[in-house]
Design a protein around this ligand. Structure first.
Ligand code: NDP
Length: 324
């Protein structure tokens, strides 16, 4: 049996409850993993509210680290006793143990602890695909990155610095802006106090940026388009402030032949070998010290409601983990 967080209806943090659930044995292509830590991600909020559709009842959580207990037929990259971590679909990480597909579960290098791994798989693999698999970004290019002091944000600031990319961040307080600067952002705009698109124009000598990485959604979408250079690329990859309203694509022409994409991590990591290559790149960045994983908040499974409330209230910085 495993203590497991489930929801039986979509809604607020109060919908999450802990139940005991049988775990079972892995079938072909599956493993059973005992979790030490799960990662907390904003996507968990979208799953809980039903913004991203799933069947009910649902166990939340897209990321965790722990010890492999058993492997099913055809699983060759993991063995019982391995330290491992994953970001994967379907959700189900907020629990003591689970049976799950093995393809996205990665064996951990000795130098990376389980807490760090649980904090970095989903957010770090996201930064990997944003900078290397979405649009060509060269050394010296300038990227505008919203919510730069968040979990994905602080990894992005450091990743950009290590690649020689200028990252202009935005964040909701001056303290968060300072944190983004300390992690490698070249500038950071407090977008609750300043018109960020106007400030971006000023910072880039009127030109605009090459790429915008926007996970805030409704509140920032328009300003993000206004921050781009002609032919610039808008990467809309989240909706922390609400979904982006329907787009009249003619706007992209009027604003200078802009490009737009709406990626998700789970398309990029669907293939095991690609996922492994992306994870190796992330492990290398962390082991070299180019990227440090900031675990700024720790909660327990019993505190899961408080964890969600804190994240949604914009009171977190960096990454957050759940101790199992
Ligand atoms: P964060 O730690 O970045 O938390 C979200 C941040 O968004 C907040 O701290 C806050 O920072 C900012 N924000 C702006 N407006 C709001 C609002 N109205 N309500 C709440 N927060 C707001 O979360 P994660 O690092 O987990 O994820 C960052 C984003 O990236 C999320 O939108 C997530 O869905 C997306 N994502 C997308 C993926 C993909 O593949 N498409 C994969 C992984 C993440 P501030 O106060 O500074 O504004």
């Amino acid at each position: 049996m495993a203590r497991t967080v489930i929801i039986e209806e979509f809604g607020g943090p109060e919908t999450m409850q802990i139940v005991d659930r049988p775990v079972g044995d892995p079938g072909p292509g599956e493993i059973r993993i005992r979790h030490e830590f799960a990662g907390l991600n904003f996507i968990d909020v979208y799953q809980r509210t039903g913004l991203y559709p799933n069947d009910l009842p649902l166990t939340l959580g897209m990321e965790a680290a722990g010890i492999v207990e058993a492997v099913g037929e055809g699983v060759n990259h993991l063995s019982p006793g391995d330290r491992a971590a994953y970001a994967s679909m379907p959700p189900g990480a907020y629990c003591e143990a689970r049976v799950m597909p093995a393809a996205q579960v990665m064996k951990l290098p000795d130098g990376i602890g389980a807490d760090t791994a649980a904090a970095m798989m989903l957010q770090g693999l996201t930064v990997q695909y944003l900078f290397h698999r979405t649009t060509p970004i060269q050394k010296g290019d300038t990227v505008l990155f919203h919510a730069a002091a968040g979990g994905v944000g602080l990894i992005a600031c450091q990743w950009a610095r290590s690649e020689g990319i200028n990252l202009i961040g935005t964040a909701g307080t001056d303290e968060k802006c300072q944190l983004a600067l300390d992690h490698g952002a070249s500038h950071c705009i407090n977008y609750r106090q300043e018109d960020f698109a106007a400030k971006v124009r000023e910072l880039t000598g009127g030109k605009g940026v090459d790429v915008v990485m926007d996970s805030v959604g409704a509140d920032t979408f328009e300003g993000s388009l206004d921050s781009l250079k002609p032919l610039g690329m808008m990467i809309s990859f989240g909706n922390a402030s609400g979904p982006v309203p329907p787009l009249n694509i003619g706007i992209l022409g009027q604003k200078g032949s802009l490009k737009i994409t709406r990626p998700t991590l789970f398309t990029h990591i669907a293939d095991h070998h690609t996922c492994q290559a992306m994870a190796n790149h992330l492990f290398e960045k962390v082991e070299k010290g180019d990227v440090a994983i900031n675990i700024s908040q720790r909660f327990t499974l019993d505190d899961i409601r408080a964890a969600h409330e804190t994240l949604e209230a914009r009171k977190t910085t960096g990454s957050t983990i759940i101790e199992i």
